[in-house]
Design a protein around this ligand. Structure first.
Ligand SMILES: Cc1ncc(COP(=O)(O)O)c(C=O)c1O
Length: 406
């Protein structure tokens, strides 16, 4: 017969406050409902307690199976989110990690060893480059880059005998080149290498595994959560061997996410399609409007022909996300762009993207490249379009341009 906490306190003589505090309020009962809440309850925890040693030993079978064994290996909310992301990406298994950056670095640590070569696209998210150059090299991994507007034939010339990973991103950070993922995957596989894709821009609109990707990375911080109030990442793979390698490395590194951020991200996901639709339409309209301005040289929006890889975008994507770049003509100086940015009233100045609010970010000389970009050629900024009204956003840009450029 199970005793209530009050009955236990009396019969076991738990009078000492410290003992009582460890026991009270832990009924561990299912929710006292006949039905279910719409959303999964939030479950925080570190230790999982088992009814017997045998039960604890048996539970270990669930290590690769998204079962909760111990808090540092994930919570029920984390595992729910893993299943959801694997479904969205079209892969088999997903590992949630603490940030989008960790989602980029953990696969490098999982699938590369000393003596291996990793070939990375030049337009990769900056901190991924920093990790590869500063940390992976220290552990004897060779790192090199290929231009983001390389043809498939050109990419193949960068492959080495020891290439184990090609790491790409489509579209590229700040310069927005769309990649031929199928073609790149074929090159990787022909040389017994794996293809990692940072698919953050493509969440919900690009199915990486249908195009031959081996490992897909998501910064859930961006569109998946969509509310600019947390940091989280996901890595999805499509076969057992890769899953075991990834899961072992993530757990060995202590990579885990709090239940609260997983719960919030799962809630954010419910509105992903609606947000994507609204924000991408506004974004396309703004990109079109910007492309007609006399002082704009080029708009880097994958749904516009002026963007490198536009034809591939039409072939492979089912939509466009909400972030794009604007390159200004040579006579517009960076100082003027800074003044324009400072004059905006609705757009906030900020680096992350994918939230409900519109943002602007200077694409300045801090962006490190090994090759001279043929698309990011001069003063530029990046816009992220939120849920605001299209005409209000256009009006905001208009007043800032007029104020500074006349
Ligand atoms: C394409 C891409 N990948 C990864 C990241 C890293 O995400 P997080 O900020 O969650 O570390 C970002 C963040 O800006 C990003 O834009």
């Amino acid at each position: 017969m199970s005793l209530s906490i009050e009955e236990k306190a009396v019969s076991y003589g738990w009078k000492v406050l410290s003992t009582l505090l460890t026991q009270l309020g832990r009924h561990n009962l299912p929710l006292p409902l006949k039905g279910k809440f719409v959303n999964e309850p939030l479950a925080r925890g570190s230790t999982v307690i088992y009814p017997s040693v045998e039960a604890m030993q048996k539970a270990n079978i669930g290590f690769y199976n998204h079962e909760t064994l111990y808090g540092a290996m994930g919570s029920p909310n984390q595992h729910q989110l893993e299943k959801a992301i694997a479904l969205i990406e079209g892969g088999r298994d997903c590992q949630i990690v603490s940030s989008g950056l960790a989602a980029c670095t953990v696969p490098l640590l999982s699938f590369l060893s000393s003596g291996d070569h990793c070939l990375i696209i030049d337009s990769i998210y900056g901190p991924t480059r920093r990790f590869a150059d500063n940390i992976m090299k220290r552990f004897g991994v060779e790192i090199s880059y290929y231009p983001a507007d390389s043809s498939l034939e050109e990419i193949e010339t960068f492959i080495q005998k020891n290439t184990k990973i090609i790491f790409t991103e489509s579209p590229g950070s700040h310069s927005f080149e769309i990649q031929d993922i199928q073609g790149t995957a074929k090159i990787a596989h022909r040389h017994s290498a794996k293809l990692i894709l940072d698919n953050t821009w493509g969440i919900g609109i690009f199915k990486p595994f249908e195009h031959g990707v081996d490992i897909s990375v998501q910064a859930l911080t961006k569109f998946a959560n969509g509310h600019s109030d947390l940091v989280l990442g996901a890595i999805t793979v499509n076969n057992n061997e890769d899953w075991h390698q990834l899961r072992n490395t993530a757990v060995a590194l202590g990579e885990v996410a709090g239940s609260d951020v997983c719960w919030l991200t799962l809630r954010g996901l419910r509105t992903l399609a609606a947000r994507l639709e609204k924000q991408s339409i506004t974004s396309f309209n703004l990109a079109l409007w910007c492309s007609k301005l006399p002082f704009v040289k080029r708009v880097l929006h994958p749904a516009l022909p002026s963007c490198y890889g536009h034809e591939i975008w039409k072939r492979d994507f089912t939509g466009a996300s909400s972030v794009f770049g604007i390159v200004f003509k040579e006579n517009i100086k960076t100082e003027q762009l800074i003044q324009i940015i400072n004059s905006l009233k609705i757009f906030s100045i900020g680096a992350s993207w994918g939230g409900f609010e519109s943002l602007v970010l200077l694409s300045d000389g801090e962006i490190k490249r090994n090759f001279k970009s043929r698309t990011l050629t001069g003063s530029a900024f990046r816009l992220h379009i939120g849920l605001e009204d299209k005409d209000d956003l256009i009006q905001d840009l208009k007043q800032a341009f007029e104020k500074i450029l006349g």
